[in-house]
Ligand binder design. Structure first.
Ligand SMILES: [Ca+2]
Length: 543
């Protein structure tokens, strides 16, 4: 649709449509449509990767604001969704992995919208609480399913199909899940909701989670397409020496490029199905927009396009998500808000999933609850604030080890400005430090670079302080172990990684205790001068 037509529709809305009325009688309340995908890579859109065909999403970006530096505070389905819904970080909402079954005490942001007079609808993948698909507080309409759901109906032992929970009543899944969820959403939009209330539509697609299955009409869409993998997929001496052992070891695992999903499939081949499945989502966006336009709601409705986490396709030899590398933590984010100042622009501000709940409430004119940890990104969309004025917070990242996928360790990271520091817990391995300003691909681990000595220590301290819970406690949460987990490796693939060269030493070194001494300025001074730093042997002037 052209800009001119949107402006024309806007005028029609002003003249003919009834104003949306909340309990506060706010005639200007905006409707909100939130479309969230599962595991869509940050650059997995046509306007960013030419091989990918997503005309409707490209158009949404061209007519909206594209956030090129959107990130998630935990790159895993359930924890990220819990953060989006509660406005809390993982250490505080405590949904630490996909095995967690409780949502006890959590308040989901749509409840605040209901209280402000909004009608709310949830459609699709909830992915918390395992087998519990029953309606959750905060939603007037509920269409969901347990766990991961299915791309196509699957026949159960009693002969019926797998079930979808519609407002507490189970019905069978009829067809391809992306199309079916879109139809449920549009049905609510057009026929079921109260037209006198502003609405919040939460459309949560199963696509494009593994194993991605396209609709029949998209099965051959990319048959002849040659997708390229990231440059960091290559093993080179220069590159691989700076990486922790667990990264090298994960290459040959369920979540590694050399044995991904324990198959001999090539990632370049898998991406044909991945992006084929994305095409139904792209059509879904087109259908939603057409429905809004037909109802003359387009001008009063903000659309937010998002993914619950990133997805690696061979970056650093890894696939899937969980780790703290850029392709894992970055997600595609578009905010379509007609009439706002930043339309058609890219915004480079680092906006977190933690910031979504405050943003939605801000759009609705609802005050931010005290427990929310993020900040509204709406001033970035309206142009009220630029990146600098908005005041980008530190980006704290946390992923807690899962027994089910034991190859990725507990990963804690903090990014301040361009510098990212990563620390692992419970595993004997290297820390990492990247200067994203000069090394966006994270190819040079600067953890032992003297130029980053002080920022390294500053970030270690800030990370520890930021990862504490409201009681000031630093605790690593975990859930019950139920089985061995995905330990399979290709017996013909790469063997275990060697220890870092710098760790291999002769016995009886005089500096053998230096690794225990905190990295204080006096230690740096001693190292610069080629001296040992042993505080218990030296005078106060050396401290
Ligand atoms: Ca996910």
């Amino acid at each position: 649709m052209t800009r001119l037509l949107i402006v024309a529709l806007g005028l029609v809305v002003t003249l003919n449509s009834e104003p949306a009325l909340g309990e506060n009688n706010d005639a200007t309340a905006k409707n909100i449509v939130f479309v969230i995908l599962d595991d869509l890579r940050f650059d997995g859109l046509g306007f960013l990767t030419p091989e990918v065909q997503t005309p409707n999403i490209d158009q949404l970006a061209a007519e909206g604001v594209y956030f090129s530096n959107a990130v998630v505070t935990t790159s895993l389905c359930s924890p990220s969704r819990a953060t989006i819904l509660t406005g809390l970080t993982t250490q505080n909402h405590r949904i630490v992995d996909n095995n967690d079954t409780t949502e006890e005490g959590l308040v989901f942001f749509p409840r605040y919208l209901q209280e402000a007079g909004y009608e709310t609808g949830f459609f699709g993948k909830w992915h918390m609480g395992r087998a519990n698909d029953s309606p959750r507080e905060g939603f007037d309409r509920w269409v969901s399913f347990a766990g991961q759901g299915h791309y196509y109906p699957v026949t159960r032992s009693d002969g019926s199909n797998n079930l979808i929970n519609v407002d507490g009543v189970h019905v069978e899944q009829q067809g391809y899940i992306t199309d079916e969820l879109t139809e449920y959403a549009i049905d609510w939009l057009e026929n079921r909701r109260d037209p006198n209330k502003p609405f919040f539509l939460y459309l949560s697609h199963k696509a494009v989670h593994s194993d991605a299955v396209p609709a029949p009409r998209h099965r051959d869409q990319y048959r002849d397409t040659k997708f390229e993998l990231p440059e960091t997929v290559a093993i080179t001496d220069d590159y691989i020496t700076g990486k922790p052992m667990w990264v090298k070891n994960q290459r040959n695992s369920w979540h590694g490029i050399d044995f991904f999903y324990a198959s001999d499939r090539k990632m370049t081949d898998y991406l044909r199905d991945y992006y084929g499945a994305l095409s139904s989502v792209d059509e879904s966006i087109g259908r939603l927009r057409a429905s809004l336009e037909a109802a003359r709601l387009d001008d009063d409705t903000v659309i937010v396009f998002y993914s619950d986490n990133g997805f690696l396709v061979g970056d650093h030899g890894l696939i899937d998500k969980r780790n703290a590398y850029e392709a894992s933590v970055k997600v595609p984010m578009i905010v379509y808000a007609p009439g706002t100042a930043e339309v058609g622009k890219e915004n480079t501000t680092r906006v977190r999933n933690l910031d979504l709940a405050p943003t939605f409430l801000d759009i609705a004119g609802v005050a931010k609850p005290a427990q929310f940890e993020g900040k509204s990104a709406w001033p970035l969309v309206t142009g009220e604030k630029n990146r600098e004025a908005w005041g980008e917070p530190d980006f704290l990242y946390q992923y807690y080890w899962e027994w089910s996928f034991p190859m990725t360790p507990t990963s804690l990271a903090i990014t301040r400005g361009d510098v990212k520091y990563i620390q692992y817990h419970g595993v004997w391995d290297l820390e990492e430090l990247y200067d994203l300003g000069i090394d966006p691909e994270e190819t040079v681990n600067r953890i032992n670079d003297p130029a980053y000595y002080f920022i390294r220590q500053e970030l270690r301290e800030a990370l520890y302080a930021g990862a504490a819970n409201p009681n000031g406690e630093n605790a690593i949460p975990y859930t019950p172990r139920l089985a061995e987990g995905m330990n399979l490796r290709d017996r013909n693939g790469p063997s275990a990684a060697a220890f870092p060269h710098s760790w291999l030493v002769q016995p009886n070194r005089p500096d053998k205790l230096m690794g225990l001494i905190p990295d204080v300025p006096a230690k740096k001074k001693a190292l610069d001068e080629g001296r040992l730093y042993m505080p218990w042997l030296q005078g106060p002037e050396d401290e």
